[in-house]
Design a protein around this ligand. Structure first.
Ligand code: NDP
Length: 246
């Protein structure tokens, strides 16, 4: 019997990086996992790997988190399949770093849509079920950039400060319920996140960057720590950054 046996964990952004690593870790702890993202082929491969490795169920629900109805459907499918929604990991995100002077306004909008509205839709879709159940755990993935603003991270940081504010507000509002809230703030992690940056000045700046990033598993370990504490322990904030990231 592992710590999360019979629990259902929904993970957004499970098709790569941190979300994929979280799905592995939670399944390893015995949870049935519901995998959400847009790239469903990658989710199908992950689902097969998880079911083979850990013997738990891994359900795929193709979801664009910027679409409210799709996120509602994600939670409904999870509940209909497994009968509860115990953990919801609001992990899907984009980091389209750019300098304001370069005016990447469509990318600003995309970050607001995925990083803020996507998280709000996750709360909207999952929280009522958790309140009705009288238990649940919302994990919101913010960032070190949700605590500090770096050159070119202005808009990304604005979205991640918003995630932190949502976590803090939920923590206060839900303190008298049995719904726990954890805000996870990673520093640099080796994933596909930076592949989508288009600002030439940022790409040039990154050439001189000498830092050894964390692995996605380092963040998944922090999530696992939070969700496996005794039920009265509410781990509200975890900041994890590489030793050599200032
Ligand atoms: P990846 O790019 O590897 O993963 C991002 C995930 O988000 C993918 O699974 C992607 O899936 C999903 N996603 C993006 N847009 C949407 C959308 N509209 N609907 C549904 N899913 C979407 O990066 P990471 O694993 O690094 O990022 C995960 C989280 O961690 C993000 O919130 C990020 O901001 C945060 N973070 C990452 C850090 C890092 O250094 N890597 C540092 C701090 C925070 P798909 O494209 O298939 O839809």
């Amino acid at each position: 019997m592992t710590q999360l046996s019979n629990q259902t964990a929904i993970i957004t952004g499970a098709s790569s990086g941190i979300g994929e690593a979280i799905a592995h870790r939670l399944a390893d702890q015995g949870a049935n996992v519901v995998l959400a993202a847009r790239r469903s082929e990658r989710l199908q491969e992950l689902s097969a790997d998880i079911e083979k490795q850990y013997g738990t169920k891994a359900k795929v629900v193709e979801t664009d988190v910027t679409n409210k109805e799709e996120v509602e459907n994600l939670v409904k499918e999870a509940y209909d399949s497994f009968g509860s929604v115990d953990i919801f990991v609001n992990n899907a995100g984009v980091m389209l770093l750019s300098f304001l002077k370069n005016d990447h306004v469509e990318e600003w909008e995309q970050m607001v849509d995925v990083n803020i509205k996507g998280v709000l839709y996750g709360i909207h879709a999952a929280l009522p079920t958790m309140l009705e159940q009288g238990s649940g755990h919302m994990i919101n993935v913010s960032s070190v950039a949700g605590h500090e603003v770096f050159p070119s991270s202005t808009v990304y940081s604005a979205t991640k400060y918003a995630v932190k504010a949502l976590s803090m507000g939920m923590e206060k509002e839900l303190a008298s319920t049995n719904v726990r809230v954890t805000n996870i703030s990673p520093g640099a992690v080796d994933t596909e996140l930076t592949d989508h940056i288009t600002d030439d000045d940022v790409l040039e700046m990154f050439k001189d960057r000498s830092m050894t990033p964390l692995n996605a598993e380092d963040i998944a370990a922090a999530v696992t720590y939070a969700v496996t504490q005794p039920k009265n322990v509410n781990v509200n904030e975890v900041i994890v950054r590489p030793l050599n990231q200032s």
